[in-house]
Design a protein around this ligand. Structure first.
Ligand code: HAM
Length: 423
């Protein structure tokens, strides 16, 4: 019987993977320019790490985590990471990175897992590229991350994304807003969905994020967090906006954007696209100044974002990036002597960086040429008994169809030079 993949877990096949590689390459490029270092963290962590940092009443922690008990880990339950920030902060604290240099600009990429209902742009195993800056409280770095994203979108040729911006205030000012919002919600509790009614008292801000039409309707005139920011938060937010305007990055204020994770404070943002349907956020993030201390580190501010790879790929897949790599050279051999020459020659050329392909079984010249065509090889070298006897090989440029004879002696040097491969 055929074994199929699990719902929400997808293969990334050749033909599509080239778009992934393109995005990853451009991301590395942009992180280099903005001076970020890569960090690689485990896919499995203790469950407690996520419940503590993302918040007990978030959708992710309440119902979307892949959690299991490992026989060796008697002291704790384990979870497939639903996001990267918690792990990065844990690593920062655990390795005491801050002892050497408290300011760290880190990026990561890899699979994340959430048991959500799969749909276009939403998977249960999905990939993120993310960045976290630890140790900087200034508004400049919030703006820098947003400029980095805008620069990245330009580099990959992504158009039509909108930046939505909000500030969630801080421990000083959010409680007053929370009380105000809670009072507002209590008056309308009968119009809220069951889920919101249940968690409203513990986490009223989450109600603003609910997608149920009744909740959206009931909270249409909810008080805005932006009216409750303290002086310091207001100034921080003003600077972020000022810097964006200076750099001509357009944004829209969205005071209802509370994000699905509890660690946020101050600046939060989402980049959305109208071409994606319901799952419209391409990248999202914000500030989390309390998280490092919550996870046992010294008080250290943090800010970051993550982009959803599947959604970027969907947006770029209309473009001409689907081409599989083209071999620079296809070696066509005829006869035993031809094969004895071709195999080690292919190996030596590959060692020198030339991408070479050849047939393994005895095939006619015509069939080998068809194969070279199919693989879109740029050049073909033909070597049979006759050529070997004369000490030559025939080189054919498959694009221009030009053909010439080359001497076998010094042929590899000549090919490396002609194919402009790194020697
Ligand atoms: P998030 O908003 O949960 O934030 O996810 C960031 C992005 O990951 C989303 O905007 C979306 O593009 C993508 N994404 C999320 N869930 C799925 C899914 N099920 N399928 C496909 N793509 C998905 C975070 O994860 C935070 N850790 C971001 C952050 C970093 N904040 C501060 N630092």
């Amino acid at each position: 019987m055929k074994i199929t993949s699990i719902k929400g877990f997808a293969d990334i096949l050749p033909g599509e993977v080239e778009i992934w590689q393109f995005i990853e390459e451009k991301a590395r490029e942009v992180f280099g320019v903005y001076n970020f270092s890569e960090i690689r963290i485990p896919i499995v962590e203790k469950t407690e790490l996520f419940s503590r940092s993302l918040g007990e009443t978030t959708d992710i922690v309440e119902k979307e985590m892949y959690t299991f008990t490992d026989q060796d880990a008697k002291e704790s339950r384990l979870t497939l990471r639903p996001e990267g920030t918690a792990g990065v902060v844990r690593a920062y604290v655990e390795s005491e990175m801050y002892q050497v240099e408290p300011v760290r600009k880190l990026f990561y990429s890899g699979p994340m897992f959430r048991r959500e209902r799969p749909q276009k742009g939403r998977q249960r195993q999905f990939y993120q590229i993310g960045a976290e800056v630890l140790g900087r409280a200034d508004a400049l770095v919030d703006a820098e991350l947003l400029l980095l994203l805008s620069d990245f979108f330009r580099r990959i040729g992504l158009e039509g994304v909108t930046l939505e911006l909000n500030s969630l205030g801080c421990v000083q000012c959010r409680p007053a807003y929370r009380e105000k919002l809670l009072a507002f919600l209590r008056e309308r509790a009968d119009r809220l969905c069951e889920n919101c009614r249940r968690r409203m008292e513990r986490n009223p801000l989450r109600v603003l994020d609910c997608k149920e039409p009744s909740c959206i309707e009931a909270t249409r005139d909810a008080p805005s967090i932006l009216d409750y920011l303290c002086e310091a938060c207001r100034e921080h937010f003003n600077i972020v906006q000022e810097l964006l305007r200076q750099s001509d990055v357009a944004y829209k204020l969205n005071p209802r954007m509370v994000r699905g994770l509890d660690y946020y404070c101050r600046t939060t943002f989402e980049w959305t696209s109208t071409q994606l349907g319901a799952q419209n956020a391409v990248a999202a993030g914000g500030r989390y100044d309390g998280l490092v201390a919550d996870l046992g580190g010294p008080p250290t501010p943090g800010v970051g974002f993550a982009m959803g790879m599947e959604r970027l790929v969907l947006l770029l897949s209309m473009r001409e990036l689907r081409q599989a790599p083209r071999p620079a050279l296809f070696l066509v051999w005829v006869g035993d002597a031809g094969r004895a020459w071709a195999f080690p020659t292919a190996h030596r050329l590959r060692l020198r960086g030339v991408s070479v392909e050849m047939e393994g079984e005895r095939k006619s010249l015509k069939s080998q040429m068809r194969r070279a065509d199919k693989l879109r090889a740029r050049n073909v070298i033909i070597v049979g008994d006759e050529e070997l006897g004369k000490g030559i090989a025939v080189l054919r440029d498959m694009d221009s169809k030009e053909q010439r004879e080359l001497r076998l002696e010094g042929l590899e040097d000549e090919l490396v030079r002609r194919l402009e491969a790194p020697a």
